[in-house]
Design a protein around this ligand. Sequence first.
Ligand SMILES: C[S@@+](CC[C@H](N)C(=O)[O-])C[C@H]1O[C@@H](n2cnc3c(N)ncnc32)[C@H](O)[C@@H]1O
Length: 214
Amino acid sequence: MTNSDQDEKVRSLHDAYSSGDSKVTSVVYDNWSKEYEAHMRGVGYTHPIMTAAMFTRYQPAGEAPVLDAGAGTGILGEILPALGYRKIDGFDASAGMLALAAEKNLYRNLKFGVLGERLDYEDSSYAGATASGVYTEGHAPLSSLDELVRVVQPGGHIVFSVARIYLGEQIEAKAKQLEDASKWRRAGTSGRYDSTPFDDKAIMAQVYAFEVLC
Ligand SMILES: C[S@@+](CC[C@H](N)C(=O)[O-])C[C@H]1O[C@@H](n2cnc3c(N)ncnc32)[C@H](O)[C@@H]1O
């Protein structure tokens, strides 16, 4: 792929950011899926490692199943087993990204799923959940965190990166809404980091961790 093809793909992604439509975003990822990891390596993509680091701080490793929301090509599926999480399921709104994750044979179960719609999982079916690079402009709405709370059991943790327009007031308002409803309590927050440190433009982000209460 030439640099200009790659630039075109990144431009499409930026269009997806502003569309606010998850169907547009998933088509962009379908088209981008085969070059996604090479591109992310090139920009020094840090969300997966920051999300995994915060997950290990709060969620015990072991046999209890954990859910990777917006799993993409499965980068967290490569990291979490090395940290002792032995049963990982995942879902994503892009069939193209999921197909590449499936080829790695790292997830117990992978399926299509859209954050923003009801997820096809039972209540309290996971010990914890992660989402790396998913809570950002044009991707999953913050309102979809309610569904992650539903599928994670009380005492389990939801750990996710937050970037762009969601960072600051928007995530703090959502956190407070679920705190006020006694659905979760804040376990911890990372410091701010650049999610693409090798790129010209910094994309600042933070990882949030919450314990599900009910
Ligand atoms: C930047 S990638 C991150 C993928 C993977 N978690 C990682 O860190 O490499 C964003 C992923 O979120 C998925 N996505 C975007 N909006 C979504 C939504 N509303 N529901 C589920 N997945 C979504 C995209 O298809 C894409 O795979």
